[in-house]
Each structure stands twice: as C-alpha cells, then as structure tokens.
Design a protein around this ligand. Sequence first.
Ligand SMILES: Cc1cc2nc3c(=O)[nH]c(=O)nc-3n(C[C@H](O)[C@H](O)[C@H](O)COP(=O)(O)OP(=O)(O)OC[C@H]3O[C@@H](n4cnc5c(N)ncnc54)[C@H](O)[C@@H]3O)c2cc1C
Length: 466
Amino acid sequence: MSAIVTGARIEDGSVRELERSFRGELIRPGDPGYDEHRKVWNGSIDRFPVLIARCAGVADVIAAVKFARDAGLLVAVRGGGHSFPGLSVCDGGIVIDLGPMKGIRVDPEARTARAQAGVLLGELDRETQAFGLAVPAGIVTHTGLAGLTLGGGIGWLMRKHGLTIDQLMSVDLVTADGELVRASETENPDLFWGLRGGGGNLGIVTEFEFRLNPVGPTVLAGPIFWPMSESAKVLRFYREWIAEAPDELMTIVVHRKAPSVPFVPPDLRGELVVAVVLCWSGPVDEGERVVRPLRKFGAPVLDLCEPKPFLAHQGMFDPSFPHGWSYYMRACDVAELSDEVIDITVDHSLRIRSPLTAFPIWQRGGAAARVDEQETAFHGRGAGYSFNITGVTESAEGFDEEREWVRGFWSALEPAHTSVYVNFLMDEGEERIRQAYGPEKYDRLKALKRRYDPDNFFRLNQNIAP
Ligand SMILES: Cc1cc2nc3c(=O)[nH]c(=O)nc-3n(C[C@H](O)[C@H](O)[C@H](O)COP(=O)(O)OP(=O)(O)OC[C@H]3O[C@@H](n4cnc5c(N)ncnc54)[C@H](O)[C@@H]3O)c2cc1C
C-alpha cells in the first residue's frame, strides 16, 4: 500500500468516479454541510478532512475503504462522533461517516436486536423499550452505539446485565481490504474476541446483533444531592451502603456546581454539591427499601429519585454533556474508595470553578465483573470504581484552567490507579493503551492487528500498531 497521505489534494476525477456508485453523500471543503459534518461532539476539536463519506449502507463503506486505500488517505471512522480526543475526524484525510446507517430491527420473541453502525444509544433504547427490553449501554442518549460497544460499554444496567459487549452476539465488519466478514462465537471467534474491547483497530463494523433483556419500563432512579461540604461523610457512608448492594442497583457519584435547570431550586443553582445518582432496575417497592438508608443519611438538599420510565432516566445526563462545548477528561479505575481516595476527591472537587464541570465516579462490579476476564479483549472487569475526571467549559475561554484542574486531580490519584477503560482515554500514547488492555491482551490484539490490518490502515483509534 502507498504511504498514508495527510493534507492531500485528492483528484477530482477519482472522487467523481466514487460519486457514480455512492448512494450516500460525499462532502468536500466548501460544500454545503461541510462544517456541520466535520464537527464532532467535543467542541475543543477542530479538524479539516478533505472528504467526508456519509455512508448509506455496507456497499458505501466498502467503496469508501477501497477509495481511501487507493488514494493513500488517512482514514477516520465515525459512529456517533463522541470520542473524547476526537479520533473520528482528521486533518487532511477522509472521514468514513456511518451516521446515516440507522437501521434497527428488534425481534421481541427471540429477544434479539440488530442495529447498524450509525445508531445512537437513545435510538436503540426507544426501539427495544417498546417491548420492555434493553441492551445494557451508556448513560447519555446521543453517544454512538458503535464506538461505545467496541470499547466495552458501561452504564446503568451493567451490574445486572453486564457490559454492552456481554450481550453482543455477532457483528458484520468491513476489513482494511474492503472485504465483508462476520464475527461471532462460532465465526471468526478470535476476531470476535478482539472486537469486544479492541475498539476500531480491526475494521469497520457495519452492524451489531445483541441479545435483549427485560428492563423496566419503569425504574426507580434519579439523583440525591448534598452540599459538597458534606461529601467526605456522604462518600464514607455510601461505600458501606453499596458494599452488599444487589446487582439491580447501579450508582454514579457526581461532584459539580448544581446546574441551572428547572428541577433545581433557584437558591441551589451554582452551589457546589455532591449527588449520588442511582438506577434500580428491579421491582420498584424492593428498590424503595434498598434506597431508604441513603435517603435518610444526613440532610439531602434535593431528592429527585423516583419511579420513572427507563427512557426518561437515560436522558437525564444529556443536558450536562451537549455537543459543542469544550471537554477534557482523564480517567482511571481504583480498587476502592479508601479514606485517601475520598479525601483527594473532596479536596479537588471543592476547587471546581466552571459551572459546567461535572465528573462521574462509577460504581463497578456485578454481572460485568463476573464474566471471565479472558473472555473478551476488554480489561479491568474487577475494578472497584471508575473516575472520569472531566473539565467542561462552554467555549475555549477558561478551558486551559479546567484542563489543569483535571490533570492535577488525576495525578493526585495516581497511587490508587489500577486500570483504565479504553473508551475513557484521551490521546495519551502507547503505554497508556497497553495499560488499558494489560500486557497479555495487548499482545494478543497486536497479533490480530497484524492479521486483519497489517498496514495500520485503521490507525485513528486507541491504536494498537501492528
Ligand atoms: C457524552 C459522553 C457520554 C459517554 N458515556 C459513556 C457511557 O455511559 N458508557 C461508556 O462505556 N462510554 C461512554 N462514553 C465513551 C464512549 O463510549 C466513547 O466516546 C465512544 O468511542 C463513543 O462512540 P461513538 O461511536 O460516538 O464515537 P466516535 O467518535 O464516532 O468513534 C470512537 C472510536 O470508535 C471508532 N469507531 C466508531 N464507529 C466505528 C465502527 N462502526 N467500526 C469501527 N470503529 C468505529 C472510531 O474510529 C473511533 O476510534 C461517553 C462519551 C461521551 C462523549
């Protein structure tokens, strides 16, 4: 293969030839829609590809791969565009954008669903919840199913139903040679192993097939808030309270300034708070009993935990992480909320400046932790908690300060770091990617990469170089 080219001027003739067979949309600089479609979720990323191929189906994906290969173009692949470091757009190359591929088919009897690579989490939930079913996935509805699944997929249902990949049955994938292959437990099982955690390294997934589980449609869910000055006490109580929690309970702790949204009383807005956000996916009355001790702890300033449709709960974080704001994030897993981890957390949280900065600490464990560590490429099933320390501003103003706050906080936690979830990495270099997989899985993924993508055609990802 010829060398990868960035900043290239692609030949008009070759694009015209691609255009003749392409069913989707081909967008070049200067075309209407170019700026709209080169943007990704993280507004701090601003890149200029030479071509955006908005694929309408598998044939378009194959054509775009072959075109990029012949032209020697750098390739970015986009599902939902939510990569924190902006890996789904590039300067001077081609974006293979799967966004228009929105097909979803639910089989309520077989309890399975097929979803194409442009589907967003909320779109899949809408279809599956019509039958009281769900795929365990993430916590923000506008996240892409593709990138999330390929990294593992953690969310409100993982303690009950496992990671997103634990319910994955098969995928259709276009390889770096433009061939369509299927991977499942029985077809190309080694590839299937690697796709469950290995990200976009091995090819472009065009369709996913999942098992579905009964969920809700009513869950007991929502946040309970205390003043952040109480956080050290709340977290010490919380770690004891969840120690024996049933799998139906999943919680996320958030430190932030209370947002200016209708459900927050005006006098609380802008105040530093800690919230335990929970989702109980079992029978509601049983959940009320489990949640009662937390509700009674100290003096919560706001309690919004109530029975509600799972779909409504899934959308709860959407306004906190909209498209176009500037985001910087560093992540780590820790084994436990030790006194030291709690004290570092409180100390740094009290220094939050931006009214938009909000960071989750995820409870882990449950069903996701009981799957054998060797079964998939995803690493770190035994983690106790995952920190996503996220700094957020509306624009570039104040962003550098938030980034420094994130880095300082993350470094302070370094003695407690165990693993890191690959989908929560920024552009942090090879050693961190190795940490995300652990040395053995990293080597196994490298061997797969050598087989399926020896030229590193798919390199804009948490890259495992062949
Ligand atoms: C607001 C927000 C909320 C989040 N919440 C969660 C959460 O609850 N749980 C969780 O586990 N993660 C969460 N994440 C992290 C998320 O899983 C990753 O950012 C993921 O990469 C997003 O997928 P995407 O398709 O939107 O991303 P994209 O930016 O489109 O792609 C991300 C990576 O995947 C590759 N890729 C995308 N589609 C394909 C495909 N079809 N075939 C091959 N490679 C592909 C891309 O090339 C890129 O390297 C969240 C992220 C954000 C921004």
